[in-house]
Design a protein around this ligand. Structure first.
Ligand code: GLU
Length: 361
């Protein structure tokens, strides 16, 4: 039995005319029902609210992008969830809706609260269907896309797999439409294939292959298997779990090391940072080494921002390159006071530190 987070993109769930794609939706629901019957636990992250709202209304005046997102998602989300409710209901599966936003993950308390909600639903046999709440999310505080949200959820609930379904089979060595391009079927931990990723994005969703790749690599490095595949292939979900050799996809092999739950939260929190800490070369080398090293005031050269103990801070090296992120164990006033001094307590303890620098690879 596995715990599986499935993220489905707008291009699979909606048609070009802004109506739900009934064929794809019912096929995916059939497959999820089969997985649940085999005792797998499933959490569904479903996009498509905005795309699906477009087919339901002609706005009375021209809307800016925020107004359009709010209006369309308010209508489209109901259509989608109603359809899911009917389709899953036919299998006797009870679904529950979670509409969330980035702020609900921004502090440890909020994160644990969101986690507890999902766990309670699952313990009670309710299938969570999750989307970002596009009616209230502020543009500057939004998830890049639902790929980012699904990565956060997969790590949060200790999933065994994250499956990202889009309208291509996975990551190719060039433009997927080009017959010369080949599908990359496996990406091992630490392998960088970003040179192949196309900058363009297709269709209605917010994300593109760039964010999918970034999120997939990160989630796999945290010990969770990630698969990117095409959502309208018959039996794609069941095959990915039971006969992965049968279905074209890109498989991100999970790292064996994994991460503690708290480090996973920190790994996905860098956009919530309240401050910046700049460190010297020696401290940088110590943090990038394989040993378990905390960030001490002696290695800090300057700080920016006002933060409280427990807030997230970003860490930068001597030439201002981003190194990682951590939960501060001292507030910014204390950190400033002890800056450059010997014998003081860590400003970020190793247990709450996540190194993200490419220099380590
Ligand atoms: N939350 C958006 C929607 O449901 C989708 C975001 C994305 O494309 O990833 O329409």
């Amino acid at each position: 039995m596995s715990r599986i987070v499935i993220k489905v993109g707008s291009n699979i769930l909606t048609r070009k005319d802004g109506m739900p794609n009934f064929t794809n939706m019912s096929s995916l629901v059939d497959q999820i029902a089969r997985l649940i019957k085999k005792s797998h636990e499933v959490v569904l992250v479903s996009s498509g609210a905005v795309a699906c709202g477009r087919g339901a209304i002609v706005p009375k005046k021209e809307l800016d992008s925020v107004e359009a997102r709010q209006l369309f998602s308010s209508i489209g989300q109901i259509r989608l969830i109603n359809l899911y409710n009917q389709l899953f209901g036919a299998y006797g599966i009870t679904i529950g809706q979670i509409l969330t936003q980035k702020e609900n993950f921004s502090s440890r308390t909020a994160y644990l609260n969101q986690r507890a909600c999902m766990i309670t639903m699952m313990e009670n046999g309710v299938l969570p269907v999750i989307n970002e709440n596009d009616t209230v999310s502020l543009t500057e505080l939004m998830f890049t896309d639902n790929d980012e949200l699904s990565g956060l959820i997969a790590t949060m609930i200790d999933a065994d797999y994250l499956i990202i379904l889009s309208n291509v089979d996975g990551i190719f060595t060039g433009n997927p439409a080009d017959p010369e391009s080949k599908l990359i079927s496996e990406i091992k931990p630490g392998k960088d294939v970003s040179e192949y990723i196309q900058a363009t994005k297709s269709g209605f969703g917010r994300g593109g292959m760039g964010t999918k790749y970034k999120i997939a690599s990160k989630v796999a490095s945290e010990g969770i298997g990630v698969k990117i595949a095409r959502g309208d292939r018959p039996d794609v979900l069941v095959d990915l779990i039971e006969n992965p050799g049968q279905v074209p996809h890109t498989n991100f092999v999970p790292s064996k090391e994994g991460l503690s739950t708290v480090k996973r939260w920190i790994a996905h929190s860098s956009s919530f940072a309240k401050g910046r800490i700049y460190i010297n070369q020696r401290a940088k080398e110590a943090l990038l080494s394989e040993s378990a090293v905390s960030l001490l005031p002696i290695g800090i050269t300057r700080i920016e921002g006002d933060w409280a103990e427990g807030d997230i801070v970003r860490i930068y090296g001597p030439s201002d390159q981003y190194i990682g992120v951590g939960k501060a164990s001292a507030d910014s006033i204390t950190a400033k006071e002890f800056l450059g001094k010997h014998g003081k307590k860590p400003v970020v303890h190793y247990d709450y530190l996540y190194i993200e620098s490419d220099d380590r690879l």
